[in-house]
Write a protein that binds this ligand. Structure first.
Ligand SMILES: Cc1cc2nc3c(=O)[nH]c(=O)nc-3n(C[C@H](O)[C@H](O)[C@H](O)COP(=O)(O)OP(=O)(O)OC[C@H]3O[C@@H](n4cnc5c(N)ncnc54)[C@H](O)[C@@H]3O)c2cc1C
Length: 468
């Protein structure tokens, strides 16, 4: 459809200032934190569910693709308008953040920044555990639709564990509610769980009811360095099998350690093959005992140095090293390809070995860090998108990373979703029939393929490429 005609249709729903048609405006909506650049025909900024319902009904009538978008920090191309059409900028949706202390709930609109939920909950002694590293910029809407998580996923699980109700505009424009405010609910199919993690392909979320838990009373943090990566792997599995469940267990390899020390020296041992950060939370008496046990296990597995933070300042300095990884490795080259293949935790040492083999084979700058306790590793390849020869090697290396994860009983993505980038690999993990069952759900919900088309499912002729 001509842009002018599309503009007229949107004018019947939105005031002029919430419709963006200029090339410069549309260009700023043409990318996210992954790769690829797709210019939408128009951007609209809904502020209520009725507007969204009207857009979607018109989109069905005229067969126009609609792409919901939060803060666009997706690392898998989730919100990109790969088929043109309309971008629904959900970041401007009216903000609502209510903490219901009696019922231990938060009622939120999709545009709320996740860190604001953390803050408001903690102000009243409650806790919303899901903690993607992007929580200061990403929206809860994006977190819900990607089923995001972070270091605390090890003990507390992912976003979906905390969503008990949703308000959703369906791909055909109806406004429905799923779940509710009760902790228990077994009435019919669990549509809440189906929509969480559906990457904006099964509905536009306009409100969510989140479960909160009491804030842990205390926490203890430890940093252990190892001369051999394999020893760190054994320490991790032994801590978990000793009946201790840390709230976080993060691993950084030597390349990460060196990158952080080059970027902002934090006193990390640059010759160590790996460091592991372990955090325990809970009752004061219990965490004292558990952190001692973690220390013992690390020593047993030849840790060369162990630091236990004795106050918040020391804790912050331990975590600062981990938080510096992303900015530090961004400095190492113009293009960073961030993967999140995940394996059963017992397979972490094998997966690390495989990653280093891939690094050698393709002669790439590959660094590894991640949430070691839950098997969610982040191999990052630092490269230069303009170097076509190297990019071919990157593509082959990424394919091998996915193959290795699936062969070890793991998955393509633990956090970042499938989007466009991992769609070609879906059959490898799910098999033909498994993928077909997912496709049938999409077709039943969205018969005109209006909502976020071109995501999750491999497109005809789509090759196994990293960059579009
Ligand atoms: C530096 C950095 C660190 C990161 N760290 C982590 C991490 O630790 N853990 C992690 O899991 N991810 C991480 N990410 C990835 C990203 O931040 C998450 O996927 C996040 O949840 C995306 O939120 P967003 O608001 O940016 O959503 P967007 O990127 O805008 O959208 C994400 C998906 O949600 C859909 N969507 C958004 N809002 C709605 C809505 N209201 N209704 C329907 N669909 C919607 C979009 O169509 C898209 O498919 C990181 C990204 C960056 C850049």
């Amino acid at each position: 459809m001509e842009q002018e005609q599309l503009y007229k249709l949107m004018q019947s729903i939105f005031p002029e200032k919430r419709i963006l048609t200029d090339l410069a405006d549309r260009y700023s909506y043409s990318f996210d934190a992954s790769f690829g650049e797709y210019l939408p025909d128009i951007v609209v900024q809904p502020s209520n569910k009725e507007e969204i319902s009207k857009v979607i009904k018109l989109a069905n009538e005229y067969k126009i693709p609609v792409y919901p978008r939060g803060s666009a920090t997706s690392l898998s191309g989730g919100s990109l308008a790969v088929k043109g059409g309309i971008v629904l900028d959900m970041s401007q949706y009216k903000k609502k953040l209510i903490i219901d202390r009696e019922n231990l709930l938060a009622i939120v609109s999709p545009s709320v920044i996740t860190a604001d939920i953390h803050k408001q909950a903690e102000n009243v002694g409650l806790f919303y555990p899901s903690d993607p590293s992007s929580s200061h910029v990403s929206t809860i809407g994006g977190n819900l639709l990607e089923n995001s998580s972070g270091p605390k996923g090890l003990k507390y699980g992912t976003t979906k564990e905390y969503v008990i109700g949703l308000e959703v505009v369906t791909p055909t424009g109806e406004i429905i509610r799923t779940g509710g405010k009760t902790v228990k609910n077994v009435t019919g199919y669990d549509l809440t769980r189906l929509i969480v993690g559906s990457e904006g392909t099964l509905g536009v979320v306009t409100e969510a009811i989140l479960r909160l838990i009491p804030k842990p009373q205390a926490r203890k943090t430890l940093l252990a360095s190892f001369n051999r990566l394999i020893d760190s792997g054994h320490a991790i599995t032994n801590i978990l099998s000793a009946g201790i469940l840390p709230s976080a267990m993060e691993l950084m390899d030597n390349a990460c350690i060196r990158a952080v020390e080059n970027y902002e020296p934090s006193g990390l041992p640059i010759d160590a093959e790996a460091i592991v950060i372990i955090e325990i939370d809970g009752h004061m008496a219990a965490i004292e005992e558990e952190i001692k046990k973690c220390e013992e296990i690390c020593r047993l597995h030849h840790a060369i140095e162990i630091k236990v933070a004795t106050n918040e300042k020391e804790r912050d300095s331990i975590w600062k090293a981990r938080k510096m990884v992303s900015p530090a490795i961004t400095q190492m080259g113009p293009t960073k390809i961030s993967e999140d293949a995940t394996v059963p935790r017992s397979q972490i040492p094998k997966m690390m070995e495989k990653l280093y083999e891939i690094r050698e084979k393709y002669e790439l700058n590959l660094v590894v860090f991640g949430h070691a306790g839950d098997g969610n590793l982040h191999p990052n390849i630092i490269t230069d998108q303009r170097n076509k020869e190297e990019m071919k090697r990157v593509e082959d290396a990424v394919s091998e990373i996915f193959e290795a994860a699936v062969e070890l009983g793991g998955t393509l993505s633990g956090e970042h979703g499938i989007g466009t980038l991992k769609a070609p690999y879906m059959e490898m993990e799910l098999g033909k029939d498994g993928l077909l069952m997912m496709k049938k759900i999409k077709e039943a919900w969205d018969p005109n393929d209006i909502l976020n088309p071109g995501k999750i499912f491999p497109q005809p002729g789509q090759s196994k490429v990293v960059l579009s």
